[in-house]
Design a protein around this ligand. Structure first.
Ligand code: NAP
Length: 446
């Protein structure tokens, strides 16, 4: 039998994910060698402090604080430190040295993806990052490779487990946002500072990556409209539930046709792509409505494949390590067989559209005076702004003390532009029969 070639693997970071990657690289060395056609030798693990107690027992001599030297001598570099620096400099240095790089760093990719890809292309090596979006779920490779012969029209993703856990708690128990967040923190699903999750920043970085691969155009974080879930109330959830909907934080990337046409153009992305993250109402029978707890899922619509759904664990050391090792084996095979293989294509050249151009359905809650003719006035005002109403439901309340009656009106519109909806809501606020606009939320999947 011929001796297998040895490829040196440098691991940067030994935290939640890195420690599990190191464990699997050591425990499953024979299996990985058989799958790859080369021995994957873990040459070192860069950390901040070599004396920190780790989740797994690892040979102490592998740990080092000298990441620069480790990278210089590696065929494959796995970056699992997180953050922008020194991860960015180390990845660039690895690529310039001709090493393939695997990373799970969505924040860095959303900020500096184009520069990293440029260096990988120049060096003719692979840069892969399956773990950066939806943890263990194989989603980037299916978009990039399996759907390379199709045209994706829309991607809807539950890509942040923390916010899905919080919204699911609110939906199933009736809890307020603050209580559901406290429960998520108690169970370890949310960090002490939950801002990046609850304000949608983490999901926005993943939306930029999903949109870039789906529409063959590089989208950056600044192209993503981002709204979090901290203003979603128990009343919003209850009203949505009552109307047959569930509220999810969705990362959405969709091709929008030329204004006034139904189909758009022949370009990969149509006339433009709307990339956004916001709380969204989904019909309870939509496949994404069944994604509970901290799970993730991505729902894709493509011209020829139709509807596809990918579901699984979006975080956690071992599940995420699975995605990292898949990328590592693929990159190692490219070194064994020669040639980098294509990492992504950017021939779409479609513009990112501003949020005003987004087209979706809306749920609007109104507190109105209980008087004859109110419904007709509101319906007319919607019609005047070109927003057509799909469902209008009224519930009457009587204040026990004042004995005054008021009505709660719930409206679901047909698809309309964000600009038309905003103008309609402003006009509705001006009506003397409106006490308040209690909620305005976007709806998908109807
Ligand atoms: P983590 O637990 O915070 O671990 C980070 C590791 O990097 C630690 O071992 C740390 O060393 C090391 N490190 C940080 N800064 C360093 C520096 N300047 N020099 C040398 N070493 C440094 O992070 P994680 O949860 O494993 O996440 C790693 C990456 O995977 C992130 O980009 C994250 O977004 C991504 N990701 C994570 C998950 C998940 O479920 N956790 C899921 C998907 C993607 P010390 O141990 O000595 O402090």
């Amino acid at each position: 039998m011929t001796e297998l070639r040895t490829l040196k693997v440098a691991l940067l970071g030994c935290g939640n994910v890195g420690a599990q990657v190191a464990r699997i690289l050591i425990e499953d060395a024979d299996t990985l060698a058989a799958r790859t056609g080369a021995k994957l030798e873990l040459s070192g693990i860069a950390v901040r402090n070599v004396h920190t107690k780790r989740d797994v027992d690892l040979p102490q001599e592998l740990l080092t604080t000298d990441a620069d030297t480790l990278v210089k001598d590696a065929d494959l570099v796995i970056e699992l430190m997180g953050g922008i620096e020194p991860a960015r400099t180390l990845i660039l240095s690895a690529l310039r040295n001709g090493a393939c790089v695997v990373t799970g760093n969505k924040a860095l990719l959303a900020q500096d993806g184009p520069i990293l890809h440029e260096e990988a292309d120049k060096a003719g090596v692979q840069l892969s990052y399956e773990a950066a979006v939806a943890g263990a779920i194989p989603i980037l490779r299916p978009i990039r490779d399996s759907l390379a012969g199709d045209r994706i029209t829309r991607v809807l993703g539950i890509v942040n487990g923390t916010t899905n856990f919080i919204l699911d708690q609110m939906d199933t128990t009736g809890a307020q946002f603050a209580d559901a967040l406290a429960e998520a923190q108690r169970l370890g699903y949310a960090e002490a500072d939950p801002t990046a999750d609850v304000e949608g920043h983490d999901a926005a970085a993943k939306a930029a990556i999903l949109a870039s691969l789906s529409f063959h155009t590089r989208f950056a974080l600044e192209n993503v409209h981002c709204e979090g879930i901290s203003s979603v109330t128990a009343a919003d959830i209850a009203a949505a539930k009552d109307a047959g909907f569930v509220i999810k934080l969705l990362a959405i990337a969709e091709k929008l046709p030329a204004a006034g046409t139904d189909t758009g153009t022949e370009a990969d992305g149509g006339d433009g792509v709307s990339v956004r993250v916001h709380p969204t109402l989904l019909p309870r029978e939509h496949p994404l409505a069944a994604v509970h707890g901290a799970f993730n899922a991505v729902f894709i619509e493509a011209e020829n494949a139709g509807e596809l759904m990918f579901y699984g664990q979006g975080a956690g050391g071992t599940p995420t390590a699975s995605a990292v090792l898949g990328d590592l084996v693929s990159a190692a095979r490219s070194l064994v067989l020669g040639g980098p293989g294509r990492t992504e294509t950017t021939t779409g050249h479609v513009p990112a559209l501003p949020i005003d151009a987004a087209v979706t359905s809306y749920y609007i809650g109104l507190d109105v005076a209980d008087q004859p003719g109110v419904l007709a006035r509101i319906a007319q005002l919607f019609a005047e702004h070109g927003v057509s109403i799909e469902i209008m439901r009224q519930t009457i309340h009587r204040d026990a003390e004042s004995n005054v009656e008021s009505a709660e009106l719930r409206i679901v519109t047909h698809r309309a532009s964000e600009a038309a909806l905003a103008a309609t809501v402003e006009a509705v606020k001006g009506l003397d029969v409106i006490n308040s606009v209690t909620s305005v939320l976007r709806v998908e999947g109807v």
